[in-house]
Design a binder for this molecule. Structure first.
Ligand code: ADP
Ligand code: MG
Length: 712
């Protein structure tokens, strides 16, 4: 019946629409399963199913025997007969057992679920191929929930078998991996001559990629290793290539549309500061980034630039110089930070550096008194405030500028897209935006997630920095660690001790912190020692007060939660102790460590952990001990956690990749990016005959993803 319908469908819509045929017309599907395929895995058409790729392959060429099973640690495939079937009731559950025999012995196959629909499939005395993992209960080996195929129905007697992900509901209708495999195999056998090549032929030749039709065939029906590896490579490249084409096109379109202020000169204030007040020679990396920004200011388009630089790499100075260019061109500027402490610190640093210059700089945060606030608002509206530093208080509608030209955002990952967009609206033409982040993002991820932003990198630290010596210590070494702290304090140094914040239980976190604080206060008693404490539940003014005591050197130890993570600068602090380090992610550990090593002294970071550590945790700790390079650390983080966790969920739309993996296929990401860029450089309108088909396909892709470009 369904074959019949599909014939009708082709007749009606034409052969070329084969791929668009609704999935219910595929042999073996029908309306009920079609509904499930649509709901559960988004498969609507033949084309969708073709693009539903297996996530691994099982080697079906090997057969094991029952006597091997105790020595195997993996799934195994066997051939033999069922010699007996029994059913038992365990409480409310049914248990089904089948004795399976081959030339070497007998093993029990058991089912605790689905006995009802497994039982009719089992036939005594008939040959079966089974696949599963044997387990031992007491002395007895059995195999729970094996896959069963009657030998006469085994399609693939040897070779590789694709494995598809599936859901409970699909499995219940027979669409477990095997069921999906059957449908797909059937479909793939019909695609000959019906698949349009999506990549330009010269690209295929240049990179020795196989054709699309061949790739689809082998990804679903692998014969030998090479087939499916080549097939996957080609399909991954295609996916990444179209992703990059899309990102670059969107960037191009946004650029063309968005008018921006032209800052033709660097201006007097910049020159004055640069020649007379620059506190130190810029590093090569700082100079390079400034040049990149200068270039943006000349294009007439809106700048949207991400500045990545490790903690302590000197982003603040770049931000200041950037703002001075804006001021010299007659514009106002704003610097936005995620916390009050950070904003205050920026304000103080900048005020100090600018004290010789006729520049008005103001600080606006939640705790600025109403009276002062009014003065600031007026200064912003009459144009007399040149630099406004603040928290998200800057975003409020009452904050109006006469002529805002540049917004610098520090630590971008704390601000949402919507918040940034609000800054754009503070002038009739959107101000230029420089986003600074100290969380390095691996290059391949940046290419994708910030594909429509320009990225600058400060990859060199200012001269004279000593590498922070990082150590791992177990709880059992605590007294030695405390001894070490005493020695450092005796040398006049200051110490951070940081406790993790675990969101599930604020009180528990708080208790940990407090009991830690009490223990430390006992071990480091007054009057010789003074200990500060800082946590998220304190009022801003109390936090500030404690922070200032530490900054001024009135206290030697700062016990804190991660509120100190971002930006705080106390050059005399030389030891960072991170408690329960196993609870922190890599990038957070790296951020925390960056709080020390800011002065001339040798600094230390001690990672405290419990005794029992997972493999991943050990890898994290080891990476910290061995590396101080933020980009390298970010790379490991990506491998350990995957791109989803790294970038947060808000951009997860980008992670709906069907076959490529941003963490594992980083070389392909780079290749795809390069190729896409080359094409658009050579032929921006995609008008060459070799690109016409590509253009058609891209238009189709862009149309199918309406609200996609708004990722940064
Ligand atoms: P981050 O990139 O983490 O924001 P900062 O801008 O706070 O780093 O800079 C860290 C420290 O390095 C500051 O004390 C700053 O004064 C100093 N610094 C910045 N640029 C240079 C430079 N070119 N040479 C020497 N020290 C510098
Ligand atoms: Mg900073």
């Amino acid at each position: 019946m369904d074959v019949y319908l599909s014939q009708f469908f082709f007749y009606f819509y034409g052969v070329n629409d084969f791929l668009q045929t609704p999935i219910e017309f595929l042999k073996g599907v029908g309306p009920q399963r079609a509904e499930l395929l649509r709901q559960e895995i988004g498969v609507y058409t033949f084309n969708d199913l073709l693009n539903y790729f297996p996530f691994r392959y099982i080697d079906r060429s090997k057969y094991h025997s029952v006597s091997d099973l105790p020595f195997l640690d993996s799934h195994a495939q066997l051939k033999g007969k069922i010699i007996h079937i029994a059913e038992a009731t365990l409480g409310r559950q049914k248990k089904l057992t089948a004795k399976f025999q081959d030339a070497t012995g007998v093993i029990d196959l058991v089912w605790f679920q689905g006995a009802k629909w497994i039982k009719p499939l089992l036939k005594v005395g008939v040959e079966f191929q089974i696949f599963g993992k044997a387990k031992v209960y007491g002395n007895l080996w059995n195999m729970p929930h094996p896959e069963m195929t009657e030998w006469k129905d085994v399609l693939l007697k040897t070779g590789l078998q694709p494995v598809y992900s599936t859901t409970e509901k699909l499995s219940a209708k027979g669409l477990h991996s095997k069921g999906i495999e059957k449908l797909t195999a059937n479909l793939v056998l019909q695609i000959k001559g019906r698949i349009i090549e999506t990549l330009p032929l010269y690209l295929l030749n240049e990179h020795r990629l196989i054709g699309k039709e061949q790739a689809l065939y082998h990804v679903h029906l692998p014969n030998v290793d090479n087939d499916f590896i080549q097939a996957r490579l080609r399909l991954k490249f295609e996916e990444l290539f179209f992703l990059q084409m899309e990102l670059l096109l969107r960037k191009h379109i946004t650029m063309k549309k968005s008018k921006g202020f032209v800052f033709a000169e660097v201006g007097d204030v910049f020159t004055d500061f640069y020649t007379n007040n620059l506190p130190f020679e810029l590093t090569g990396a700082q100079k390079r980034v400034l040049k990149e920004i200068r270039k943006d200011f000349l294009t007439g388009h809106h700048m949207n630039r991400l500045l990545q630089g490790d903690v302590g790499s000197g982003k603040t100075l770049v931000a200041l110089l950037t703002m001075l260019i804006g001021i010299g061109n007659g514009f106002q500027t704003a610097l936005m930070a995620p916390t009050e402490i950070l904003a205050t610190q920026h304000f103080e640093t900048l005020s100090e550096m600018l004290k010789e210059l006729p520049i008005r700089i103001e600080l606006l945060t939640g705790s600025v008194k109403k009276k002062n606030r009014i003065g600031i608002h007026e200064g912003l509206e009459d144009g007399s405030v040149h630099i406004l530093v603040g928290t998200h208080a800057l975003l409020e509608d009452v904050v109006k500028f006469q002529n805002l030209g540049i917004v610098v955002i520090d630590e971008q990952h704390r601000f949402g897209v919507a918040q940034r967009a609000r800054m754009w609206k503070k002038n009739t033409t959107p101000p230029h935006v420089l986003i600074m982040t100290a969380t390095p993002i691996p290059r391949t991820l940046a290419m994708t997630f910030y594909g429509d932003l320009d990225v600058s990198v400060i990859d060199v630290l200012p001269p004279g920095r000593k590498t922070i010596s990082t150590m791992h210590r177990y709880e059992a070494n605590r007294l030695r660690v405390f001894g070490f702290i005493k020695e450092e304090i005796a040398k006049g140094r200051q110490i951070y001790i940081v406790y993790p914040l675990i969101n599930e239980s604020k009180t528990l976190d708080f208790n940990n912190l407090i009991s830690g604080y009490e223990a430390i206060s006992r071990y480091f008693p007054l009057p010789d020692y003074r200990v500060s404490i800082l946590h998220g539940q304190m009022k801003p003014e109390d936090k500030n007060f404690e922070m200032q005591r530490f900054v001024k050197g009135e206290t030697q130890i700062m016990v804190a939660t991660t509120v100190i993570e971002v930006g705080v600068n106390v050059p005399n602090a030389s030891v960072m102790i991170i408690e329960s380090s196993e609870r922190f992610g890599l990038s957070q550990l790296h951020q925390l460590r960056g709080r020390v090593g800011r002065g001339a002294e040798q600094s230390f970071c001690i990672l405290m952990t419990g005794d029992k550590l997972s493999k991943d945790t050990l890898k994290r700790i080891e990476t910290m001990v061995n590396s101080s390079d933020g980009f390298e650390i970010a790379e490991v983080d990506l491998q350990l956690r995957g791109p989803g966790d790294l970038m947060g969920t808000q951009q997860s739309g980008l992670l709906n990749l069907k076959i490529a993996d941003l963490a594992k296929d980083s070389q392909l990401v780079v290749l795809a990016r390069d190729e896409a860029r080359k094409i658009l450089l050579e032929d921006p309108g995609l008008e060459f005959s070799k690109h016409l088909k590509l253009k058609e396909i891209l238009i189709e892709v862009l149309r199918s993803r309406p609200n996609w470009g708004k990722i940064a």
